[in-house]
Design a protein around this ligand. Structure first.
Ligand SMILES: C[S@@+](CC[C@H](N)C(=O)[O-])C[C@H]1O[C@@H](n2cnc3c(N)ncnc32)[C@H](O)[C@@H]1O
Length: 214
């Protein structure tokens, strides 16, 4: 099981990138978190870019992030957030060591992270088991595309992309993984963060809500 992540160069790049996001991506972050309430688990919080978008109906965010440099940034973002946020240095896979027990979460948030974890099936299973029945997984992930872009994604994944970008894989069928874990996807849509003709392998995003059946 993966318990540590050390991507110091990517971590610094991500801090720079996530502080210059487009308005479109910021709107998607807000949409992904809209209407949440109660206790939320955020997996792989990065620099804490989501924290400012949590609505004040959220009573507590328990964020995990395994990369030490990003943990520092996330803790700074947590201190500025308008809802209580704690940040723990931990992988999504390591949630298996920490059963939800009597304190399951009302929601789990994954954004731009299921492309990167070593074991996406295992991390989504952990998200499922840490939710209360009826609780929601909110996801915002770039996903596998069809056609020519899909071929570019497969080539990128087999060569330099994961090495350059902290193990990011561009051709994951993340929504199939979510369904296979037992979630029921209630709303989902695809959106493009760049014009379709731009051959960047991380252009097509899925945003959705998936429920752990009651
Ligand atoms: C592209 S960044 C996205 C960060 C954040 N979720 C966001 O939306 O800005 C990917 C994040 O996944 C984290 N990560 C990598 N492997 C992980 C794992 N096994 N479990 C949890 N997070 C992981 C990285 O350290 C990084 O913070």
């Amino acid at each position: 099981m993966t318990t540590t992540v050390h991507h110091p160069l990517f971590a610094r790049l991500w801090v720079a990138m996530s502080s210059h996001e487009t308005d479109h991506l910021r709107r998607l972050r807000a949409e992904n978190l809209a209407g949440l309430s109660g206790r939320v688990l955020e997996i792989g919080a990065g620099a804490g870019t989501n924290f400012e978008f949590y609505p004040d109906t959220v009573t507590e965010v328990v964020a995990i992030e395994p990369e030490a440099h990003l943990v520092e940034h996330a803790r700074r973002a947590a201190a500025q957030a308008s809802v209580p946020v704690s940040v723990t240095e931990k992988t999504g896979e390591a949630l298996a060591d920490d059963p939800a027990g009597s304190q399951p979460f009302d929601a789990v948030v994954c954004s731009l992270v299921l492309c990167t974890v070593l074991d996406p099936e295992g991390v989504v299973r952990q998200a499922f088991s840490h939710l209360r029945p009826g609780g929601e997984l909110r996801y915002l992930e770039h996903v596998a595309s069809d056609g020519g872009l899909g071929r570019i994604q497969r080539a990128a994944d087999a060569t330099v992309w994961p090495r350059l970008f902290g193990n990011c894989h561009t051709h994951r069928d993340t929504e199939s993984v979510i369904r296979a874990a037992g979630f029921e996807v209630s709303t989902a849509r695809r959106t493009w963060t760049l014009p379709k003709w731009v051959p960047l392998p991380v252009s097509e995003f899925a945003i959705g809500r998936a429920t752990r059946p009651a």
